[in-house]
Ligand binder design. Structure first.
Ligand SMILES: Cc1ncc(COP(=O)(O)O)c(C=O)c1O
Length: 399
């Protein structure tokens, strides 16, 4: 309610619902933007409200369609990814589902890969076919299959991730986006593992992120983002408003706060990952280390050209059996035994969680997950503490 309208004396219950506002006076503002924790916004006149709906006046009306705090986050995230617009969502998977539903329709075909986040695969394989969308799922390493599929089958979009989860394969983003465009398909990149500072210079049409990970950074809030050109996102926003994946303003505020230290955290996490990868590569209990920062890694040369850093994820295969891998993760004291990535604390994903139930044995192989695969997400702790923890857990696993 406008506070400059005259008011008669009010009963306590009425007063409690219409308190006086204490907004800062003109020329005075909070250094940190307030959390606009309001679902509704009003104008002084019906005419202004109608003008806003006709797009003739800026403003907010209902937070599912727009809110100043979520808009602040959208503008920042778009800029960090190097695009001009963004839609933030209540989780990363809401960004995935909204993108798929907004861009695809009955009769469309999409190209996707086994090296894709599990719940996204669910949407591609189980949900979209219910709406008449067909897919081809290959390995990102099957360059000939990708070229053949795009040449033979009209394709609406190519959905991919890089680095992939959990094998950390590096996809040639320039090659794949150019190929998609040559065949009239949109290139959509789930850029969660890489981060907002990666891949902005390639002509990817839509970037999807789980902001839950590096952007928020502290493991205490779910959020997602769809990023692209304002022309494409204007159309997608119409669908998003009606699908309703809106991010709560308080969660948006937490992500904005997390982003202040995004680059500092990421640098510390990547430095830890490099130390840990080097340590584990020389350990007799470790068969294989996958980390694009290691010169021996198959993705190293491409990552050097394509990526501003090598990331904070390290995936290892232990020598021995699944039991050794289970004992190893259970013996870790500093690494949380859980999913997710990009937190300030280090995390370990045991092989049980990495095994995919929807894969054929060939797909499982292409995905790069074996009986002793363990995925590590490095945090910002002191490297020597992490190395000591890994050493004692390896000793305990084989004792
Ligand atoms: C690559 C990728 N995309 C999307 C998601 C989904 O994000 P959220 O958990 O925020 O829904 C995740 C979560 O782990 C992910 O790793």
């Amino acid at each position: 309610m406008s506070t400059d309208k005259p008011r008669p004396p009010l009963q306590p219950i009425t007063r409690a619902n219409h308190p006086d506002r204490a907004d800062p006076p003109p020329g005075n503002r909070s250094l940190v933007a307030p959390i606009w924790q309001s679902v509704k916004f009003e104008f002084d006149t019906v005419e202004s409200t109608e003008r806003m709906f006709r797009g003739q006046q800026d403003g907010y009306f209902y937070s599912r369609s727009g809110n100043p705090t979520t808009r602040e986050l959208e503008r920042l995230v778009a800029e960090l990814q190097g695009r001009d617009d963004c839609i933030v969502t209540a989780s990363g998977i809401a960004a995935v589902s909204t993108t798929l539903l907004a861009l695809l329709g009955r009769g469309d075909h999409l190209l996707c890969f086994v090296e894709t986040y599990g719940p996204t695969r669910y949407l591609l394989r189980r949900l979209l076919p219910r709406f008449g969308v067909e897919y081809t799922m290959l390995s990102v390493e099957d360059a000939a299959g990708i070229e053949r599929t795009l040449a033979e089958r009209p394709t609406r979009l190519v959905w991919f991730e890089s680095p992939t989860n959990p094998a950390l394969k590096i996809v040639d983003v320039e090659w794949l986006t150019a190929l998609a465009h040559r065949h009239g398909a949109l290139a959509v990149l789930d850029n969660t593992f890489a981060g907002l500072h990666h891949h902005g210079r390639y002509p990817v049409d839509v970037y999807v992120h789980s902001l839950t990970k590096y952007a928020a950074g502290h493991g205490d809030v779910l959020a997602g983002a769809i990023i692209g050109s304002s022309a494409l996102l204007r159309r997608m926003r119409e669908d998003a408003i009606h699908l309703g994946p809106a991010l709560d303003p308080h969660a948006a505020f937490l992500v904005l706060r997390g982003l202040k230290t995004y680059h500092l955290r990421r640098a510390a996490q990547c430095a830890n990952a490099l130390r840990v990868a080097g340590f584990l590569a020389g350990h007799p209990r470790v068969d294989r280390v996958r980390y694009p920062g290691l010169p021996t890694d198959p993705g190293h040369a491409l990552a050097r050209v394509q990526c501003p850093d090598f990331g904070s994820m390290v995936t290892i295969d232990l020598a021995g059996t699944a039991d050794h891998a289970r004992r190893f993760v259970e013996s870790l004291a500093l690494f949380g035994l859980t999913a997710s990535l990009g937190s300030t604390e280090s995390l370990a994903m045991p092989p049980q969680f990495l095994r995919s139930r929807d894969f054929t044995p060939e797909q499982q192989l292409a995905c790069g997950v074996g009986e002793t695969t363990v995925r590590l997400s490095l945090g910002i702790e002191a490297a020597e503490d992490l190395l000591a923890d890994l050493e004692q857990a390896l000793a305990a696993a084989y004792a």
